[in-house]
Design a protein. Structure first.
Length: 66
């Protein structure tokens, strides 16, 4: 996993389609929490290591297997 210098949700969406799909699945509160995480954690924030994204990948993979 690469480290990305992101400053906004739009920067995250540009990483890849899976990240974009995950972000677009978030509700308003989750989107606000993501914005706070980006701002507060700065360069140590990794969407690809976040619990929400990892769970999304698991359910997305299970959905595509059936």
């Amino acid at each position: 996993m690469e480290t990305y210098n992101v400053k906004s949700i739009e920067d995250l969406k540009a990483i890849n389609n899976e990240v974009k799909e995950y972000i677009e699945s978030l509700n308003v509160i989750e989107t606000k929490a993501l914005t706070v995480a980006i701002r507060e954690l700065e360069s140590s924030f990794s969407i690809e290591k976040s619990i929400g994204f990892l769970n999304f990948q698991k359910t997305s993979t299970q959905y595509h297997k059936t």
